[in-house]
Structure formats: structure tokens, C-alpha cells
Design a protein around this ligand. Sequence first.
Ligand code: ZN
Length: 419
Amino acid sequence: MLLLRSFCLLNRRQTLVSRFIKPTIHYPSKYSSFSQNTLPKIIDKYDDKITINKCKFHTTPRLDIPPYFALLIRPITRVGAYLFGRLLKKWWSRKSPQEKEIYKEWLSARKTKIYGLLGFALASLLFYYIYHIETDPITGRSRFIILNKEQQKALSSLAAEGILEDHEDSVLPPSHSSYRRLNKIVKQLLKANQDIPSIAEREWTLTVLDSNQKNAFVLPGGQIFVYLGMLKLVENDDQLAFVLAHEIAHVLLLHSIESLSRNFLLDILLAVPVAITWFIIPSDLLAFALQYFGVKLTNILITLPHNRRAEQEADHVGLQITSKACFDVRQAVVLWAMMKQLSHLEIEPEKSTWLSTHPAHEDREKYLDTILPEAIDLRNQCGCLRLRLHDPIAAYRAKTAEQHLKQFAKRGYVPSQTK
Ligand SMILES: [Zn+2]
């Protein structure tokens, strides 16, 4: 996952909740043997009584979902529809005209039963869909989720194990300065947001990976992964806090699980058209092209708009999480103004808004700017010290292109033309 995903897959005042004791958990001495169960926990290291902020999100009750069989069905449906359609075409081509007539008559005589079966399958799918609709307690938005909490946790642990196995030599020890810096920020974010049940009930862990990738992500079970490259990208802890809060918000809002559920449903719905395409189109190349464009169209019409909405939601909720933890929320806008500059100077590339998973940097900067007053208001309600009068957004925007270039150069960024 690249930089764009990382903002998916991005001097503060002391507050009542910002003092912590040193970790008492025993950490494994060899990180090659790091496993999901030995990851240092974040939440159980709080020393003082957890302070619940008065400034709560508005919440609505959440519906728990049962069945657990989706993951294997997805690839089977995808490949199965293609294979079925193609094999059926080959089988049909070997039949004589007389045999084809016999089969057509056989099907025609059973038309009612076939339509009945199709209707039953569609009705079952509709029932399954309705049964798995739940309301997000933070945003109040309805969504389709096929995995229950235990299943999400199990999948997440599996994914975390895989990542740890792949990066076993680059896991930083908790004594590392970057780990300590991140740990402090994460604890401040989590502790100030204990009024959100999905934060309080999770067992959060933090893993810092020694890699230049500009990436940070959180798995649905609460496993936070940050690559050191991310720390190079941000200018200060407030920006880092927003990046982490954005990623945490994705988890609270179940965006990855929602995406998995939607893809599962789409695959089921598309299985019949895919099989029919491979059956009726005589040329394999044409059938492949049609399937390819069908997938692209589904992405443009369904997946990408959902992803962009998820990013906006994560920015919104992430900014609230950051404000409740008393960080300088204005730095979120500065961060995206900086990302825009990096992209203009061709230091960091940006995909076009239309086809990108994430909104354009400029759109993101504008959106965060729009919701900033609300975030500052929330921050004030939480009893945080007032923000400094010096406005970092105005200061950043007042800089000339040369000044930006100089500053980037100081931090080791060089425009691609001069590389
Ligand atoms: Zn995101």
C-alpha cells in the first residue's frame, strides 16, 4: 500500500489524560518471534483512571450479524462463473443442430421451474442482504456487513500474523524513540475517546516497522501498523495524530469489512452475467474484453464512489478524534496543503480524483477546512487549552513556492525533475 492508502490504508497542550507510566508488559527479546499475542498492548498501559470526555459522538444502537462463510465463496464465484460459461460454450458447440433443438425444447418445457428457482435465489439473496444491514453507531449510516465481531477479530489476527511474518526483521522495539513517540500519540488519542464503545472495547496494539514506506494502517481488530517513512512525511505530532486518527476512524467505521461485504455481494450478483457472457460470446477475446470493461464499470460506478465516501467519513471522524485528544486540528489542513505542494512539485505523485481511491489532496484540504470550525468547537468543549493564536494554515499558505521547495529540501525531498 502506498502513500495514498496510508492516508487511508495518513506542540500540543497537556491534558488531564496525558500522563502514563512506563509499560510493565514483558516484551520478547527477539522480534523474529513476534506474534499477534505478544504485541505490546496500548490500552492496558493506562495508569490513571480513564477520563471519559463529555464531548461524545451521537450514537445509535448497533445490530450484530451472524453467518460466516463469505471469504471462500468469493474467489470460487469469480473463477467458477468464468469456467462454467466457457465450458458450457465448448460443450454446446460440440452438439449437432438436432441435439440443440432437443435441449431447447427440454428447457422450454421447464421454463416455469427455472424462473421459479431464479426468483427463489434472488429472494434469498435479498433476504440475506436485508438481514445483514446494520446502522453505524457513529455516522448513523446504514451499511451491509457480513462478518460478526468475532469473525472480524479472527480475520484481523490472521492478517496481523501475516504482516509480522513478512516484516519480522523490521519490527522496532518499544524502546525505540520513534515507537515511544507514536505510542504516546496513540495513547493520547485512544484515552481521550473512551466514550466511543468501539474504541473502549478493542485491544489496541502498535507495531512500528523500520521501512521507508510512507504508510500507516490499522486492522479491524485494532492492530496499528506504522512505517517509519510516515514519520518522515509529517512535520509534527499534530499531523501524525491526525493520520493515525484517520486510520483508526476507518476501523471504527468498519470500512474494510463493508468493502469486503459489498464485493462479496457484487461477485454473487455478477456471477450469472459473467457466465452468460462467456457462454454466448463466440470469441474468448471479446468475452474477456467485455468482462474486463464490466469490472472497470462496476469499479467506477460502485466501488470508487464508496471508497471516496469512506475517505471523507474517516477524515471527518478522524478529525473529531484528534480534536477530543487536544491536538492542534489545524495541522490536518496544513498536512493536505503540504501534500498538494508535494504533488505540484512532483515530489509525491497524485492520481486523478476520478479514478483514485482517495479524494484529490486539494479536495481533502478544502473539506477539512470546511469542517475545521466544528472540530475546534469540539476541542474547546473537551476542556483542551486554547489553540495558539499563530495560525499554521495561514502561515503555510503565505509561503512562496521557493520557500516550500527549500523546506522540502531540508527534509530530504527533491523534485523528480532534479533527481
Ligand atoms: Zn483513508
